[in-house]
Design a protein around this ligand. Structure first.
Ligand code: DX5
Ligand code: ZN
Length: 215
C-alpha cells in the first residue's frame, strides 16, 4: 500500500491545524512540508517555527522537504522542531554523506532528492545510506504545476537500485500528482505520493486521497 503525503503548500494557512487534522482523518499517513528559501528555488515558504507549532498539535509523521541552500545550517532546527524525516536536495550540497549523517544524528530519517533534470548518477552511491529517495516530477518552487512524465524512467531505475540494497528505502514522487498519473508512478516503483493541489484544492479530501491510494 502506498503512503499518501499531502503537501500543506496548497492548504489554507489560516486554518493549518484543521487542514492537517482533516487529511489525517481520511487516510493521509504523512504530512509533507515544503521548505523554500527564495535562493535554491524562487519562492519562500515555511520555516522551523511552523513545524514546531504543527508538532504541538499532532503526532502525525512530518516529512520536511528542504529546498534550500546551506541545509546543514537548518537541519538541527527542523529536527528539534519535530520533523520525522528531512529530505535535502543533491543540487544544493557538495557532501551528501556528511549531510545524511547529520540528519541521522539529529534523530530523523534522511532523504535525498533530485530535480527533474538531475541524473540519478549523482545519488546512486548514496542511495544505500538514505531512508528515502525523492524524484521531483516538477521544477521545485510552486504547487499546481504539470507532472513531467520524462522522469518516469528515472523513477523505475531508482526502484531497481533500492531493490538491490535489500533495505527499507522509500521512493517518493513529488509534483503534479493526481488521480490520472497515480497509477503510472506506482507502476514505476513510487511508494510515497506527495500531492498538494490535487488534495487541498479538491472539495472532498477523502475522495482525493482514496483515488490516489486505489489508482
Ligand atoms: C514543489 C513542492 C511540491 C508541491 C507539490 O516544489 O516540492 O511538494 O507542493 O504540489 P502539487 O501537488 O500541487 O504539484
Ligand atoms: Zn515537496
Amino acid at each position: 500500500m502506498v503512503i499518501i503525503a499531502p503537501s500543506i503548500l496548497s492548504a489554507d494557512f489560516t486554518r493549518l491545524g484543521e487542514e492537517i487534522n482533516a487529511v489525517a482523518a481520511v487516510g493521509a499517513e504523512w504530512i509533507h512540508i515544503d521548505v523554500m528559501d527564495g535562493h535554491f528555488v524562487p519562492n519562500i515558504t515555511i520555516g522551523a517555527v511552523v513545524v514546531e507549532n504543527i508538532r504541538k498539535k499532532t503526532p502525525i509523521f512530518l516529512d520536511c522537504h528542504l529546498m534550500i541552500e546551506n541545509p546543514q545550517d537548518y537541519i538541527n532546527a527542523f529536527a528539534k522542531a519535530g520533523a520525522n524525516l528531512i529530505t535535502i536536495h543533491r543540487e544544493s550540497i557538495t557532501d551528501p554523506q556528511a549531510l545524511i549523517q547529520q540528519i541521522k544524528h539529529a534523530g530523523c530519517l534522511a532523504g535525498i532528492s533530485i530535480n527533474p533534470e538531475t541524473s540519478l548518477e549523482t545519488i546512486r552511491d548514496i542511495i544505500p545510506e538514505v531512508d528515502l529517495v525523492l524524484i521531483m516530477s516538477v521544477h521545485p518552487g510552486f504547487s499546481g504545476q504539470t507532472f513531467i512524465p520524462e522522469v518516469l524512467p528515472k523513477l523505475k531505475e531508482a526502484r531497481s537500485i533500492i531493490q538491490q540494497t535489500h533495505k527499507r528505502i522509500y521512493l517518493q514522487i513529488d509534483g503534479g500528482i493526481n488521480a490520472q498519473n497515480a497509477a503510472v508512478v506506482k507502476q514505476h516503483g513510487a511508494d510515497v505520493l506527495v500531492a498538494a493541489s490535487f488534495i487541498f484544492h479538491s472539495k472532498d479530501y477523502k475522495a482525493a486521497i482514496t483515488q490516489l491510494k486505489k489508482a
